[in-house]
Design a protein around this ligand. Structure first.
Ligand code: ATP
Ligand code: MG
Ligand code: MG
Ligand code: MG
Length: 423
């Protein structure tokens, strides 16, 4: 992509409404624009990151046999009355009426809709297990929308719902989803800590939250220092159960036997939350099936959420410096930022750009006539993992310079070496 043909509305100065680092950079580098409080328009650069995060989640969900579908954003209030949550949910739920005075809600989550789908099509144990998910916009009328996309009112969530015959099978599904979440976060470059959590309005008896440690996090976490070890991404639920890890509401000092020096207390950003809740929805909504023995039983369920749009902000909170974000390669909007320092080497830059494009390497070329200083500042602010720099001096030596955004290290390559390395 050439910047001259792209839509990259960057801001010269930090916007005054930015309350956190990620909020600032997302607005300033032209990733999102605030449309109205807590509701954002995703601009092309931001959308690329949002889509890459979705792709990783999708791949890891599909890998455990979860099946993607798409539920609507508007749901009938009647479903929520059936489950008993209509009144409980309170002011966070946006309620609207259509022209026939029928009550609808903009889904803050979708347990009821998925239960309704399954009860209408599944009558026998033979159709189980089922693990269905979607990636869909949600709405919660947050009392204090803030920190940009991290606490929006409209936000993108991956939400999944599992249906099993027995509690044992349902808990196994829960463990599989847990593992796939850890893998997905790891692929995004994040160290995420899972902790035992309370279940809130979703309900249930067993639950974990996944947190990115960051000072701007809104939750306080209490956990064994061992959880900060990178190896944790390969742990199973049973490994975590041996370690102390609790979110604020769940932490009881009298039950924590950790020596003080091993108890970590940090702020965290909740990027995922999973629940096992058995028949909490299937019983009131009569989602039951015939077992092998011909007995009618309630489906055993779990639900699993990831804050897809929140993750974009959380990754910036985890990876940035004073000049802008430092995108991990797996979710960077482009892999390479290409700049040429003099007009005299524009055709060399063009050649490099075409070749990178042919190799399928996503490249953003700053081809507009800006000064080298402006080009470097722009590329740092966009935060692409690698910058390829074409200059008269390097060109004379048949070389190309590469800067690693995260470390600031610079290397010179011959053209052949460069393409070998970039592949
Ligand atoms: P929080 O504690 O931050 O209010 P929650 O516990 O209410 O979140 P869940 O019902 O567990 O949220 O929803 C699943 C995931 O959706 C959360 O883990 C979070 O990543 C994301 N999420 C929830 N609310 C928002 C929001 N207002 N903006 C962006 N993402 C959100
Ligand atoms: Mg909430
Ligand atoms: Mg929460
Ligand atoms: Mg939660």
């Amino acid at each position: 992509m050439k910047t001259s043909h792209y839509f990259l509305p960057i801001l010269k100065d930090p916007p005054s409404e930015a309350s956190t680092i990620s909020h600032r950079w997302m607005l300033q580098s032209g990733m999102v624009q605030s449309t109205v409080s807590g509701i954002y328009t995703w601009l092309p650069l931001g959308l690329r990151v949002l889509q890459k995060i979705q792709t990783i989640i999708r791949q890891e969900q599909n890998a455990i046999g979860a099946i993607e579908m798409l539920a609507p954003t508007l749901q009938p209030a009647a479903l929520w009355q059936e489950s008993g949550r209509y009144d409980d949910y309170g002011l966070e739920m946006l309620r609207v009426k259509d022209r026939h005075e029928r009550e609808l809600v903009y889904g803050p989550t979708a347990e009821e809709v998925f239960v309704d789908v399954v009860r209408r099509c599944v009558q026998s144990y033979k159709a189980l297990p089922l693990n269905l998910y979607n990636i869909q916009w949600k709405f919660r009328d947050e009392i204090r929308p803030r920190f940009g996309v991290m606490r929006g009112r409209e936000f993108l969530m991956k939400d999944g719902y599992s249906f099993d015959l027995t509690e044992k099978a349902s808990k196994e599904t829960y463990c599989n989803v847990f593992r796939s979440y850890m893998k997905a976060f790891y692929r995004m470059g994040l160290s995420v800590i899972p902790l035992r959590a309370t279940t809130g309005p979703i309900g249930g008896d067993f639950s974990h939250e996944f947190h990115v440690i960051a000072q701007t996090g809104e939750s306080t976490l209490y956990y064994d220092a061992e959880l900060e070890n990178r190896e944790v991404s390969r742990f199973e639920v049973s490994d975590f159960e041996k370690l102390y890890a609790m979110v604020d509401e769940k932490h009881l000092p009298e039950e924590c036997s950790l020596p003080l020096e091993q108890l970590k207390i940090s702020k965290g950003i909740e990027v995922g939350h999973i629940f096992h809740f058995g028949d909490k929805y299937s019983a009131p909504m009569k989602a039951h099936i015939f077992s092998k023995e011909g007995i009618l039983v309630d489906l055993q369920m779990g639900s699993y959420g990831i804050g897809v749009s929140r993750l974009v902000g959380a990754v910036i909170e985890a990876f940035h410096d004073a000049s802008g974000p430092q995108w991990p390669l797996s979710i960077a909007p482009f892999s390479f930022g290409l700049i040429h320092l003099q007009e005299t080497v524009e055709s060399e830059a063009m050649h490099l750009y075409t070749k990178l494009k042919d190799l399928g390497i996503e490249t953003l070329w700053e081809d507009r006539p800006f000064s080298p200083g402006e080009k470097f500042a722009l590329m740092d602010m966009i935060g692409l993992p690698f910058q390829a720099i074409v200059s008269e001096k390097n060109h004379k030596n048949n070389q190309i310079e590469v800067k690693i955004r995260k470390t600031g290290e610079r290397f010179c390559f011959s053209l052949d070496q460069f393409f070998d390395w970039a592949m």
